[in-house]
Design a protein. Structure first.
Length: 184
């Protein structure tokens, strides 16, 4: 449960459907990357991870098997977190030690929005670490005003991926300028 005095940043959703990520409000700038292998996807995540700091939130969306965990592994590695990054599907939240720590959240198995209140998300959103959320459409009501939304889609080849990054807030607009990529 959320401790007294900790406000929710958005009104909670009443369902746990998997909405089309394109339904997320558009921002001023989007950056697109294409990778040709899981190694390249992880390397892109590591580039991003090196730019992240405590309090940053990265929301990942995409089909099952699209590469969200591979990308999250790269973020953790780039941020200096230790340990092997695996999908936290059965534990829902994993912490990887580093300075700052990386909190890896996987909401795939979430059945009801009320379950978000029982997960301890308020503890990972306390600003002490980097938060990476897979199946982030389930936690839209928990996202702060500033976050980075990343949609990962299958590309033309079996291992090709298309990653579209949408910054929400000035911090992530500046971060994308540092990261590079191309505007779709």
């Amino acid at each position: 449960m959320r401790p007294a005095g900790v406000p929710r940043t958005r009104t909670p959703s009443t369902n746990v459907s998997r909405p089309d990520p394109r339904g997320i409000p558009a921002t001023r700038r989007r950056v697109r990357f294409e990778t040709a292998s899981p190694t390249q996807t992880e390397a892109l995540g590591a580039r991003l991870g090196r730019l992240l700091q405590a309090g940053d939130v990265v929301a990942l969306s995409g089909d099952l098997g699209a590469g969200k965990t591979v990308f999250a592994r790269g973020i953790a590695r780039g941020a200096g977190a230790t340990g092997y990054v695996a999908s936290p599907t059965f534990t829902l939240i994993r912490e990887y030690h580093g300075t700052p720590p990386v909190y890896h959240v996987d909401l795939y198995r979430l059945d009801r929005p009320e379950q978000l209140d029982d997960l301890g998300l308020d503890m990972v959103f306390d600003g002490s670490g980097i938060v990476v959320i897979e199946w982030a459409e389930h936690a839209f009501s928990w996202l702060p005003d500033d976050y980075l939304w990343i949609t990962i889609r299958f590309g033309a080849g079996a291992e090709h991926r298309v990653l579209e990054l949408e910054p929400h807030g000035a911090r992530f607009e500046a971060l994308l300028a540092q990261l590079g990529g191309r505007t779709p």
